[in-house]
Structure formats: structure tokens, C-alpha cells
Design a protein around this ligand. Structure first.
Ligand SMILES: *[C@@H]1O[C@H](CO)[C@@H](O)[C@H](O)[C@H]1NC(C)=O
Ligand SMILES: *[C@@H]1O[C@H](CO)[C@@H](O)[C@H](O)[C@H]1NC(C)=O
Ligand SMILES: *[C@@H]1O[C@H](CO)[C@@H](O)[C@H](O)[C@H]1NC(C)=O
Ligand SMILES: *[C@@H]1O[C@H](CO)[C@@H](O)[C@H](O)[C@H]1NC(C)=O
Ligand SMILES: *[C@@H]1O[C@H](CO)[C@@H](O)[C@H](O)[C@H]1NC(C)=O
Ligand SMILES: *[C@@H]1O[C@H](CO)[C@@H](O)[C@H](O)[C@H]1NC(C)=O
Length: 405
């Protein structure tokens, strides 16, 4: 009988040692590929898939958005931009998993507060293969990345991918619809980081800029702010044309502003925005091997170091509202960047001073975030369970042995 009591006790103890596990949803698998077109627009756990979200009069495109939230309670939105393969479902899912990670470690970050949206910039190949209908905005293979106009449907003329972003940002910034929303983050990795940085450069409106943040992770290249390049090559004819620089070749979306403001005006508007750069210190791939990209550096990381060196040389140094994170040991990995402490901080926690509510604004511009600001073990279930386990061993077991003896 005593033995059976002990066995029960051991069973109880091992049940209580089971660790609370961080939820990680599988990425959806979809037929097709980026070159021949995607064949489906899959459902994604925790998201609502909208095949044709209305962007503007007559213009629609597919998006994913967190389902089941109460808009009155949403305090933050993360608009994640796809990378080159355009598989927006995957990007939505990775951000959602990073949010599970964030809430698992920091109970002050709440899933109910954060709406994630992923717009999908599809091509004609995707329409032909079956991912989307013929009523949505479509682009060329990579033309959505730097803000060029749609190619279809023919009923919508000259609709820039940046017009789409303007509409999605406005949707969340509307204080009637989202009365408690204080921060919108537009961000992405690789080509998504490139698009984010070009959008931050050319975005027309400055309305709500104090609440709008940009997260630029491992971009293949950058829109350089000055005309000089760290690794010039005389055989590269025009390294400063957009999307690599600010000399010429702007998309129709921006030409009235670039004409009116000139380089200085565009640069000063850009550096006045909340810009968060992140590079993995192992992202040593060359990526883009055009001469325009190589003039910025040989690898993603080198382009990043050179860009930051350029920022440091600006009058006043790194702009006050910019931050730079070097993510130790991470390569060209979307998951690695988004799940890093710094990535989690910029996506889900960081807020502007003016609008910060219940949040600690991270360290000053240009520095790496201090280590592990968000792990608060005393609030996790694991620790509670470990404590109750020790309680059993310290108090109960001696009693049991006492009885046996
Ligand atoms: C949404 O949240 C608001 C504010 O907390 C609350 O008053 C309202 O009842 C909620 N709506 C629903 C449908 O739960
Ligand atoms: C400059 O570009 C040419 C042509 O792409 C290349 O052959 C050469 O190696 C480059 N020079 C340097 C110094 O990178
Ligand atoms: C669309 O853009 C092209 C190129 O920028 C321009 O020539 C054309 O006039 C525009 N069409 C309309 C209807 O705005
Ligand atoms: C969760 O975040 C922590 C801290 O950044 C990281 O070390 C860990 O690898 C992440 N977990 C997953 C499953 O990505
Ligand atoms: C935040 O506000 C404090 C006090 O108003 C100010 O000293 C500090 O420079 C601000 N930080 C940023 C990043 O704007
Ligand atoms: C913010 O940080 C300061 C100093 O580290 C700390 O004293 C304060 O409690 C923090 N506030 C919040 C809301 O976490």
C-alpha cells in the first residue's frame, strides 16, 4: 500500500514536470513553385484567408489576417511583406509562430492585441496556375518589390504595390476601426526587407509616421542615400539609379515627390521615420550579383555594414529614430531573424516614445539591444511547475520515508 502510494506520487510528480510547450504551426504546403506559378491559396492556422481584399475602388488583392480578434482591443499590427517567392502564407505563418514565441517568453505581449497581415503580390503565372482569380492586382515577377504598377487586371491602371501598402497602413491607422492601435510595423526579410526599405524611402504620406515602424531584415540591397558607393566599379554605368539609389528611374508612384523634394528632401523624410534595420552576422551570401548591388558590398552583411557606416557619416550620425540590430550567428534565415530577441522586440514590443503604453522603449539608436530584455521567468508556467515539484520532494518524500521506517 505504501509502495502504491509512492508510485502514485512519482506519477504525479512526472506529470507536473511536463513542460509547457511553445506552439509552432506547420507551414502550409502548396503545389507549384515561384517560377511556374503557385497552384493554391491555402488556409493557414489562426488566419483568415481573404482571396480578394478590397484595397481601393475596384482594386483587390489576396491577404491573410489574424482571425478572431476584437478590433477595439488591437494595439499593434504587423504587416509582413513576402520575399521573392511570393508565398505570402508562409510569411504570415512565420510571424505568427514568432508571436507564439514572444508570448511564451513575455506575458506582457498578448496574442489578442496583435493583428498580423500578409498581402500577396501575385503574378500572371500564379493566376494561370490557380492561386488566384482574375479580379485581383497582379505584378511582374519582381516588380512589386520596388513599387512598380500592376500589370492586371486591365480595369485597374497604374496601381503601385506601394499604393497597396498605403491602403493597408491606413486601414490599421483608422482610429474609428482600431481605437487602441498605437503601432503599425511594416516589415520583411530578404526581398521583403528590400520592399520595406524602398517603401520607407518613397512612401508619400507622412500622416501617422510617428506610429509607423519599418523592420528591414537582411535586404539583398538597399536604396543608398548618398551618391557615393563603398565599392565603386567604373564598369558599372549607373549604380545610383533607383532601386539602388536616388538619382533617377523612380516608379510612377513617387515621381511627383522626387521631382518636388529632390534627393535631400527624400532623404530627410526617410531618416525622420522609425527605421529598424537587422542583419544576421552570418548572412554572407552574395544574393543580388548585379553591379549596382556589388557596388554596395559583396554580401548581404557587408552591404549592411557599409550602409550603417554611411548612416554614421550623416550630419548628426545615425538618425535618432533608427535602430540597428546585428543578430549574432544568424544567416539568411527568415525564422532566425524573426525569432531572435531583437526581431521579437522590433516586431511585437518596440514602440515610439510618444505612443508607448506599458512598454519600455529599447536602447538608443544604433546600439544593439541589451541582452534578453524580455525573458521574465517568474511569469512562466515552467518555473511554477518546477517549484511545485521541489515542494513534493522536500516536504512530502521525507514524510513518506518516515512512515515506511
Ligand atoms: C470588444 O472589446 C471592447 C473593449 O474591450 C468591448 O467593449 C466589446 O464588448 C468587445 N466586443 C466583443 C464582440 O467582444
Ligand atoms: C568591375 O566589374 C567588372 C565587370 O563586371 C569586373 O570584371 C571587375 O572584376 C570589377 N572590378 C572590381 C574591382 O570589382
Ligand atoms: C500610367 O503610367 C504610365 C507610365 O508612368 C504613364 O505614361 C500613363 O500616362 C499612366 N496612365 C494613367 C491612366 O495614369
Ligand atoms: C524563441 O526565441 C528565442 C529568443 O530569441 C530563441 O532563442 C528561440 O530559438 C526561439 N524559438 C523558436 C522555436 O524559434
Ligand atoms: C524618449 O523620451 C525621453 C523623455 O521625453 C527622451 O529623453 C528620449 O530621448 C526619447 N527617446 C527617443 C528614442 O525618442
Ligand atoms: C522600464 O524600465 C525601467 C528601467 O529598466 C524599469 O524601472 C521600469 O519598471 C520599466 N517599465 C516597464 C513598464 O516595464
Amino acid at each position: 500500500m505504501l509502495l502504491s502510494f509512492i508510485f502514485h506520487l512519482v506519477a504525479l510528480a512526472s506529470a507536473s514536470v511536463l513542460h509547457r510547450r511553445q506552439q509552432v504551426n506547420q507551414n502550409p504546403t502548396v503545389g507549384g513553385d515561384p517560377d511556374h506559378g503557385w497552384k493554391a491559396f491555402p488556409q493557414v492556422n489562426d488566419a483568415t484567408a481573404y482571396p480578394s481584399w478590397v484595397v481601393n475602388d475596384g482594386a483587390q488583392l489576396p491577404v491573410y489576417q489574424t482571425s478572431g480578434l476584437n478590433n477595439s482591443e488591437v494595439t499593434r499590427a504587423v504587416i509582413v511583406l513576402p520575399a521573392r517567392p511570393r508565398d505570402c502564407w508562409y510569411y504570415w505563418n512565420v510571424v505568427n509562430n514568432a508571436l507564439y514565441n514572444a508570448t511564451f517568453h513575455d506575458s506582457s505581449i498578448r496574442r489578442e492585441d496583435i493583428s498580423i497581415m500578409a498581402p500577396c503580390f501575385f503574378t500572371q503565372a500564379d493566376m494561370d496556375a490557380g492561386a488566384t482569380g482574375d479580379d485581383v492586382l497582379l505584378w511582374g515577377m519582381t516588380t512589386w518589390i520596388d513599387g512598380k504598377a500592376n500589370i492586371l487586371p486591365s480595369s485597374v491602371i497604374n496601381f503601385s504595390s506601394f499604393d497597396v501598402l498605403d491602403a493597408l497602413v491606413s486601414y490599421y491607422m483608422d482610429t474609428q476601426a482600431f481605437p487602441n492601435l498605437n503601432t503599425v510595423v511594416v516589415g520583411g526579410h530578404s526581398a521583403g526587407g528590400q520592399m520595406t526599405q524602398r517603401y520607407a524611402t518613397l512612401r508619400k504620406s507622412t500622416e501617422n509616421d510617428d506610429r509607423l515602424h519599418f523592420w528591414i531584415a537582411n535586404p539583398g540591397s538597399l536604396c543608398w542615400l548618398t551618391a557615393e558607393r563603398p565599392m565603386p566599379n567604373s564598369s558599372c554605368i549607373d549604380p545610383d539609379k533607383y532601386k539602388y539609389g536616388l538619382e533617377s528611374n523612380f516608379p510612377a508612384y513617387a515621381t511627383s515627390d522626387t521631382n518636388r523634394l529632390g534627393r535631400d528632401g527624400i532623404v530627410s523624410r526617410y531618416i525622420g521615420r522609425n527605421l529598424h534595420y537587422a542583419w544576421g552576422t552570418a548572412d554572407n551570401g552574395p544574393g543580388d550579383i548585379s553591379c549596382e548591388a556589388l557596388a554596395q558590398g559583396r554580401t548581404h552583411l557587408e552591404r549592411g555594414r557599409n550602409f550603417v557606416a554611411m548612416l554614421e557619416k550623416l550630419t548628426g550620425g545615425i538618425p535618432a529614430l533608427s535602430t540597428v540590430d546585428w543578430i549574432e550567428g544568424v544567416s539568411h534565415s527568415n525564422e532566425g531573424m524573426m525569432n531572435s530577441e531583437e526581431g521579437i522586440d522590433k516586431l511585437f514590443r518596440y514602440a515610439s516614445n510618444a505612443t508607448a503604453r506599458n512598454v519600455n522603449v529599447s536602447s538608443a539608436a544604433g546600439s544593439r539591444s541589451s541582452s534578453s530584455p524580455y525573458v521574465t521567468p517568474s511569469q512562466t508556467g515552467d518555473v511554477m511547475k518546477t517549484k511545485s515539484l521541489s515542494f513534493i520532494f522536500i516536504l512530502v518524500l521525507p514524510l513518506v520515508f518516515h512512515v515506511i521506517i
